[in-house]
Ligand binder design. Structure first.
Ligand SMILES: C[S@@+](CC[C@H](N)C(=O)[O-])C[C@H]1O[C@@H](n2cnc3c(N)ncnc32)[C@H](O)[C@@H]1O
Ligand code: SF4
Length: 411
């Protein structure tokens, strides 16, 4: 885990120290024209009813005027990319924040995307308070996967994580309603809070499956944006690796007994469907909206984290990038390996791109955790999956550190 921490921390420190210059704009144009595997469009809508303290994503309290200006800018930014992306088929992932906070604005964004691209599947994140029969019907038919943030069906847990934007009844009703309208209904649950009773997490998952959820994402708790690591430890206590290992195994056993199988180290699913993380494939993606990251071949771009700056920049017809970096071959390969292991299947071809001296060492390590299946390495057991889950948690904690620094620097 220390290696994962070091690699990801160094990467985000370099990204933070970087600047977006004209030179990167030229590189962007050539990459957009030449990189084949751009498969995802990520759209960030950063507004929430009442932001939760535990959250590690960039979000702001809802303000109607700012929201309207934001949607206008978002549509313009999507158009700016469309002239370069040509007629590639894209899966669309709309996250936040709370994209469903204003369904009319969200539909405007979706319709813009549908008019400009060949679209595979569309996934949208939602808060239970924003879901009722009208909003659900308005999205049904256009959205394939609705991902509902439930976190927990326990009042005490919601209070502990500073989540005051929906009731448990709203969570239960929204899952029940959504299950008749969408191909995939995902529910996010939070686990791994120090001293959290994992049996309660499992009970909640089974109840939500009974209500019609056909995918559950188990997010391990990570430090949020409002608290630094020290405060996180004071409020939540110290994360216990051994406790988390036992919890992870319990979740795995309960899910597989109920016919839910892991699609990634965090997602358990009944049947086939779009999975949550838009980055899991390790392929290239374009991110639009405030704080979004794009990865196009070896080029990493980060949009401004400031909504007003974003609206002004896009309004003046310019991209809103604040940071940019070219990944080295080794960085890109390690990144792909991490994403591939998170999605539980590492292609041999990725390993072969590493320099020989890493290949032998890695193959030795991997042979303990993974078994070979044709041209892929797959985790041998739940122990291997837990290690992968912790590596991802470490990576996302570094990303959370980066987000916090960007917000504090008003970049
Ligand atoms: C970007 S949020 C959007 C969900 C939606 N806004 C809602 O009402 O929750 C997606 C998911 O990230 C997870 N998440 C956010 N902050 C987290 C943290 N600090 N640690 C672990 N998971 C977190 C939560 O489970 C959440 O449902
Ligand atoms: S968890 Fe969802 S509702 Fe809470 S602050 Fe984060 S994005 Fe907003």
């Amino acid at each position: 885990m220390n290696i994962a921490r070091k690699i990801s921390k160094t990467f985000f420190e370099e990204l933070l120290a970087s600047n977006f210059t004209q030179e990167f704009e030229n590189i962007l144009k050539t990459r957009l024209e030449n990189v084949e595997n751009i498969s995802t469009l990520y759209v960030h809508i950063p507004f929430c009813i009442k932001p939760c303290t535990f959250c590690c994503f960039v979000r702001y309290p809802y303000d109607e005027t700012l929201y309207k200006a934001y949607v206008k800018a978002l549509k313009r930014e999507i158009e700016m990319f469309s002239s370069y992306l040509g007629d590639r088929k894209l899966n669309v992932y709309i996250g936040g924040g709370t994209p469903t906070i204003d369904v009319d604005g969200l539909l405007e964004v979706i319709d813009t995307i549908l008019s400009l691209f060949k679209v595979g599947e569309i996934s949208v994140e939602a808060n239970p308070h924003t879901l009722n029969i009208d909003t659900i019907k308005a999205l049904a038919g256009k959205v394939d996967r609705l991902s509902i943030g439930v976190q927990s069906l326990r009042k005490q847990t919601l209070a502990r994580i500073g989540r005051r934007n929906h009731t448990i009844e709203e969570a239960v009703n929204s899952v029940k309603l959504a299950s008749s309208y969408f191909k995939t209904v995902n529910v996010d649950l939070l686990w791994g809070l120090p001293k959290q009773d994992v049996d309660e997490v499992v009970e909640d998952a089974i109840k939500l499956i009974g209500l019609g959820a056909n995918q559950i994402t188990f997010y391990p708790a990570m430090p949020g944006l409002d608290e630094d690591v020290v405060l996180f430890k004071r409020v939540f206590g110290e994360t216990d690796f051994n406790e988390d290992y036992v919890s992870y195994k319990k979740i795995y056993i309960a899910m597989t007994r109920n016919g839910f199988y892991p699609r990634t180290a965090w997602h358990f699913q009944l049947g086939q469907g779009l999975i949550d993380e838009y980055i899991v494939s390790g392929e290239s993606y374009v991110g639009v909206g405030v704080s979004s990251i794009s990865l196009i071949g070896d080029l990493v771009l980060v949009n401004t984290f400031n909504v007003r700056k974003y609206v002004d920049r896009i309004g003046s017809g310019k991209f809103a990038f604040a940071k940019a970096k070219l990944m080295s071959d080794i960085e890109r390969t390690f990144y792909e390996m991490m994403m591939a292991s998170f999605s539980l299947s590492i292609p041999e071809s990725v390993l072969e791109r590493l320099p020989k001296r890493y290949q032998i060492l890695l193959k030795l390590v991997l042979s303990k955790m993974f078994r070979r299946e044709g041209a892929f390495y797959k985790p041998r057991n739940v122990d291997a999956m837990f290690i992968i889950s912790e590596a991802m948690r470490t990576f996302l904690s570094s990303l959370s550190w980066f987000r916090k620094k960007m917000l504090r620097a008003h970049v």
